[in-house]
Design a binder for this molecule. Structure first.
Ligand SMILES: [Zn+2]
Length: 362
């Protein structure tokens, strides 16, 4: 009796082990591939990336208005509703004397230095609405502002440009997938302004500046603060239920490497990584950029969404940072095949992501 009891217990444990293993492995097969090619996406994205990355356009600057207009015009070409969230926010003054002294940034023109601690600036989030059958909505996001440098200019070909160009180039393929009923949710393409810190480093606002405030994520915070019960108001009658965010940032590098970002919702990473593996195994993409066994924790525009209880992921390559926040973040380092790879992974994964969100996140 004792022996057979142990045997049964052993079998039950084996079964649990097998089930547990299965849960972590992908169940996907070729029938889960709903889109096999995205004609023209590489070329389109690369040319958009090139246009938006010919000039530096930090938040609050005059050139940023031109970048905003370029995104608006491109969205309108696809005959979709475009909205601009225009807002003002206080930002720490970059040339504040005390800050520069603490930070030891040398070579700044004396006449530029000031005792003022804050500056009120205007920001613009650009929102494109691609309606689906359901009011449940996934936000596909990217920031489009470029980093202020104290010396030289950052064109942000990878940081800001690549992900924005990617989302714009995706629109006709997203619309087609919705028309063919491969997707059911609605989609908001949101181009966030003011992701970058005005001060040199990400946390200088809180730590080193006399103004003492968070100096980054201006646009995404504004977007989330203006949702009411996770609802985004499209017009007087219609509201969309924001069910999740898939944020893209810095996806243009050669050797694209997407390790697990630890603030992100794990299930979103797992689904995208599974589809990367599936598409690579059927030779529809060269390699999957997802590397699930390595991880990193990053603060980005997904944080305000997560804090509001909205599942979110930051799809970011933070391993290739040779040109990051330098005057060398230029188109020469942009790999055009990444746009097709990411487009195929995303569009194939979206039905599964919709399904998982519908069931309630795991
Ligand atoms: Zn940046």
């Amino acid at each position: 009796m004792k022996a057979s009891g142990t045997k049964i217990l052993f079998l039950i444990l084996c079964l649990f082990f097998i089930l547990a293993c299965q849960e972590h492995s992908s169940h996907l097969s070729e029938k889960d591939i709903v889109i096999r090619d995205l004609p023209g996406i590489k070329e389109k994205a690369f040319s958009l990336n090139m246009s938006i990355s010919t000039f530096a356009h930090p938040a609050g600057s005059i050139p940023q208005r031109k970048a905003k207009k370029m995104i608006e015009d491109e969205l309108k070409q696809h005959d979709i509703l475009v909205q601009v969230q225009s807002f003002r926010d206080e930002t720490p003054t970059r040339f504040n004397r005390k800050y520069l002294r603490k930070k030891r940034i040398f070579g700044i023109d004396e006449s530029k230095q000031t005792d003022e601690i804050s500056q009120n600036r205007r920001f613009f989030n650009v929102v494109g609405y691609v309606p689906g059958k359901s009011k449940n909505t996934i936000v596909l996001g990217s920031h489009y502002d470029t980093k202020y440098l104290y010396h030289g200019e950052c064109l942000g070909a990878n940081d800001g440009g690549s992900s924005s160009a990617f989302l714009l180039s995706l629109i006709p393929h997203l619309k087609k997938a919705l028309q063919e009923e491969k997707l059911n949710y609605s989609y908001l393409l949101v181009f966030f302004d003011g992701e970058e810190a005005f001060l040199q480093d990400w946390s200088d606002g809180e730590n080193l500046h006399p103004f003492g405030q968070q100096d980054h994520l201006y646009g995404s915070r504004y977007f989330v603060n203006n949702l009411k019960n996770k609802q985004y108001k499209v017009n007087e009658q219609d509201s969309l239920n924001i069910a999740g965010l898939i944020l893209f940032d810095m996806i243009g590098s050669k050797n694209l490497t997407l390790i697990r970002e630890l603030n992100s919702s794990d299930f979103l990473y797992d689904i995208l990584a599974d589809y990367g593996k599936l598409l690579a195994s059927h030779y529809l993409i060269e390699d999957s950029p997802f590397q699930p066994h390595d991880s990193i924790r990053i603060t980005d525009d997904h944080l305000p969404f997560l804090e509001a209880g909205i599942p979110a992921i930051d799809v970011i390559d933070f391993t290739n940072r040779e040109h990051w926040h330098t005057a060398n973040d230029v188109m020469t380092h942009i790999e055009r095949k990444n746009f097709e790879t990411m487009g195929l992974i995303l569009l194939n994964a979206l039905p599964q992501i919709e399904k998982t969100l519908r069931k309630g996140q795991p």
